[in-house]
Structures are given as C-alpha cells and as structure tokens.
Design a protein around this ligand. Structure first.
Ligand SMILES: [Zn+2]
Length: 172
C-alpha cells in the first residue's frame, strides 16, 4: 500500500512538473505548484521510509515464524514419541494383565472351594486380603496379634486369619 501511494504521488509530481513546464501561468500559480511538488516529494520520502521499515519487519517476522515452526515441529516429534511410548507401555501392561488373569484362573482351580470363597469375600473388603506377620503384628491392619495366632501361622498346618481384620496371614 505504501508503495502504491508512492507511485501515485510520483505521478502527481510528474503532472505538476508537466504543467510547470508547459502551461502558461502566473508567478503565483508557479510558486504554488512548486510548493505542492516539494510537499509531495517530502511525503514520498516518508512513505518510502515507512515501506522500507515494513519490509524489514516482514524479514524479522519471517525469521521468527521459521524459528517457531522449527520449535513446533521438534516439540510435536517429542510428543509423538512420548505418545508412542505410552501406547507401547499400555500394550505391555494389557498383556501382563491377561497373563496374570490366566495364571490366576489356573491357580484358583487348585485351591479348595471354601478357601477361595473366603479369599474372595476378604478381597471385596481389602485390596490386600493376604497379610504378612511382621514383628508379631498383622501387616494389613498393623494391630498386634496374640502369641497363639502367631504360633499357628508359624506352624503352617492351617490357614489362619488375623483376629482383628480377618486377613489371611503368612510368615515370610
Ligand atoms: Zn489384621
């Protein structure tokens, strides 16, 4: 737009100059035209400076845009990579869940029915239905077990429950 304005001014100046050269006019009219030409030239010069400044800014912003684009491409690659890793991990965990479910199914077939039912009931109440006896306490509820309970667990002859939370107990 600035360049168009400059072209237009240039045309006007030529026109004034032509009239100055060709037309017959009074001194006053001549002075007025010369004044106009001077003003137009000044305006033209300003517009040319503005156009140059704008072109400089376009160059700078073009550079900034290119840098931002490069950063975007790099970041997108990182995110795509991360996404792929998550998908792979999800797939691996899914496989693990399937394998564990199959192993659980196979193991539960070997456990007497009444014990399995007790276990399932406990599992509804606790995330960890089986607890270790640690320092004479149940590691599930952290309460102290009686000496005889600990002895029975140590004996390993029967399935023993915590007298406080009913979790199934074992010793490491
Ligand atoms: Zn307990």
């Amino acid at each position: 737009m600035r360049t168009l304005e400059v072209d237009q001014l240039d045309e006007e100046i030529r026109d004034y100059q032509h009239r100055l050269d060709v037309d017959i006019m009074s001194y006053k009219e001549m002075e007025s035209l010369r004044e106009k030409i001077l003003n137009q030239r000044r305006r033209m010069s300003e517009l040319e400076d503005e156009a140059l400044a704008l072109m400089d800014r376009v160059e700078v912003e073009r550079g900034e845009t290119a840098a931002a684009e490069a950063a975007f491409v790099e970041r997108k690659a990182e995110l795509d990579q991360g996404l792929q890793e998550i998908e792979e991990r999800t797939e691996a965990v899914r496989d693990e869940i399937e394998a564990n479910a199959a192993a659980r199914e196979a193991a539960s077939g070997e456990i007497p029915g009444h014990l399995l039912r007790r276990y399932e009931e406990l599992r509804r109440a606790h995330r960890d239905p089986v607890a270790e006896v640690r320092g004479g306490s149940c590691s599930g509820c952290n309460l102290r077990l009686s000496g005889s309970t600990v002895e029975r667990v140590r004996g390993g002859q029967e399935i023993v429950s915590c007298e406080h939370c009913s979790r199934l107990l074992y010793v490491a």
